[in-house]
Design a binder for this molecule. Sequence first.
Ligand SMILES: C[S@@+](CC[C@H](N)C(=O)[O-])C[C@H]1O[C@@H](n2cnc3c(N)ncnc32)[C@H](O)[C@@H]1O
Length: 294
Amino acid sequence: MKLASTEVASVAGLVMDLCGILLDESKGYLIESRLAPIAQQHGLGSYTELVHKARTSYDKPLLKQIINAITTNETLFFRDDSPFDALQHKALPELIDSKAKTPFPKRLRIWSAACSTGQEPYSIAMTLHELIPDIHSWDVNILATDICDAAVEQASSGTYTAFEVERGMKANYLERYLVRHQNNWKVRDELRALISFQHLNLMSPFTGMGPFDIVFCRNVAIYFTPEGRRDVFKRISQTLTRDGYLFVGCAESLADLGPQFTPHHHCRGMFYRPNLPPLGDPARAASPLMAGRK
Ligand SMILES: C[S@@+](CC[C@H](N)C(=O)[O-])C[C@H]1O[C@@H](n2cnc3c(N)ncnc32)[C@H](O)[C@@H]1O
C-alpha cells in the first residue's frame, strides 16, 4: 500500500504520541513496510484510515500492533562487549565495596530500560553471576522493561534460536546458563529468577521506580526527538542512587545534558555517574538529582 506524502505527518504524529519515536519524510519506506500489513489485516484502504481508527476507536490491540511493528528490536547478547567489561571489572566491584558500608550490603537493583527481547538483561545477569559466586544469598533484582509486548514476551520466556544465541553469546556461558529446548535454547530458571519483565513506555512517568544502582538505557533514545531524549535521561537520573551507574549506547553521549552526569571510562567501555556536590554542601540538597531523595 503506497504512502501518500500528505499522510506522513499524520502517521508520524500517531507514532510520536504512542511511543515518542521520531519518523520523518525519509522514513516512508519503514512506514509502508511495517504498517501496510496491519492496515490490510483490518480492512483499511489507506494510512489515513489506519490513523483515524487508531485515534478514535481506542482499540488497544490495534495500538499494540502498531507499536510492535514500528519499534526496532535489534539487539544481541553482550552487545558491544566493552560496557559489560566495564560493568564486570569496574562498576560492580566498586558498587559491592561501597555497599559494604550501607544497611543493605547485599541488595542490588538494576534496570534494563528498553530491554527488547532480553539479551541485555540476561547478559547483565550472567555478568553478575560470574562476579558474585554467592549470588543466591544476595537480594538482586534486574527490572527489564520495553514498550513492545512481543519483545517482552520473548524476553520473559528466555527462549532463543540458535542464530540469536550465536550473536554475542560466549561459548562457556552458553553451557553454563542455557539449556537445549526443542530446537532452541532456553535460559536456565536460576538466571531468569533474577529478572522481572514488564511493559513500560519510557515516555510515561517513572512513578515508584527505583532507586536503582545501575541503569542500562542503550540504543533506544536515538529514536526520540532531542527534547524527548533529554527528558528521558533526566527522569532516569532521578531513579538512580546518588552513586549509581548509567550505561548508554556506544554511539550515544550525554554531553548536552549539562553537568548532571560525569563520564567514566574503563576497559574501552564507558558509563556515567551522577555529578553531585560533596556531602555537606548545601548545593547538594538543591541538586535536581536529589529530588525526592533523603
Ligand atoms: C534497538 S533496541 C535496543 C535494545 C537493547 N537496549 C540493546 O541495546 O541491545 C530498542 C528497543 O527500544 C524499545 N523502545 C522504543 N521506544 C520505546 C519507548 N518509548 N519506551 C520503551 N521502549 C521503547 C523498542 O521496543 C526496542 O526493543
